[in-house]
Write a protein that binds this ligand. Structure first.
Ligand code: BTN
Length: 148
């Protein structure tokens, strides 16, 4: 019995672990990132295109924010269980725009996580200032579970 316990433990881990990676990562729903920004992604259409909205906690010029629309597309989950995706946020309180690209993963605990990189384009009045107009960074999103 004493020897059977570690064997059963290893066996159950071996059975459970692969199911995490085979679980599908689904983009639709509410997400929060490492800056505290929130986004809601709507349902995919048959091509993998989607709409959503994004509320950022931070801005470049410390302006007052409003929830802004986003438009994106992903590879279809019929073919991929951890799809790559991209989306654009059209900020509606300033003249900048951000594009995000990333992949929807299921981590070792079975949680969905979006690993992304972004480019934020700021408007410049002078073409000579183009060199300083784009910022780059990363964000990690986890699912936002509504509190009851
Ligand atoms: C702006 O300040 O010009 C618009 C808001 C930009 C917010 C950026 S986008 C990348 C990063 N991730 C966030 O959630 N917010 C910031």
């Amino acid at each position: 019995m004493v020897q059977a316990t570690p064997f059963l433990l290893v066996l159950s881990l071996a059975l459970v672990a692969p199911s995490f990676s085979s679980r599908k990562c689904v983009l639709t729903g509410k997400w929060i990132n490492d800056l505290g920004s929130n986004m809601t992604i709507g349902p995919m259409n048959e091509k993998g295109d989607f709409f959503g909205n994004y509320t950022t906690t931070v801005t470049v010029n410390k302006t007052e924010t409003r929830t802004s629309p986003m438009l994106g597309s992903q590879h279809l989950t019929k073919e991929k269980s951890q799809p790559t995706f991209g989306f654009t946020v059209h900020w509606n309180f300033t003249d900048s725009v951000t594009v995000f690209t990333g992949q929807c993963f299921v981590d070792e605990l079975g949680n969905e996580v979006l690993k992304t990189m972004w480019l934020l384009r700021l408007p410049e009045n002078n073409i000579n200032d183009d060199w300083k107009a784009t910022m780059v960074g990363t964000n990690v999103f986890t699912r936002l579970h509504s509190q009851k």
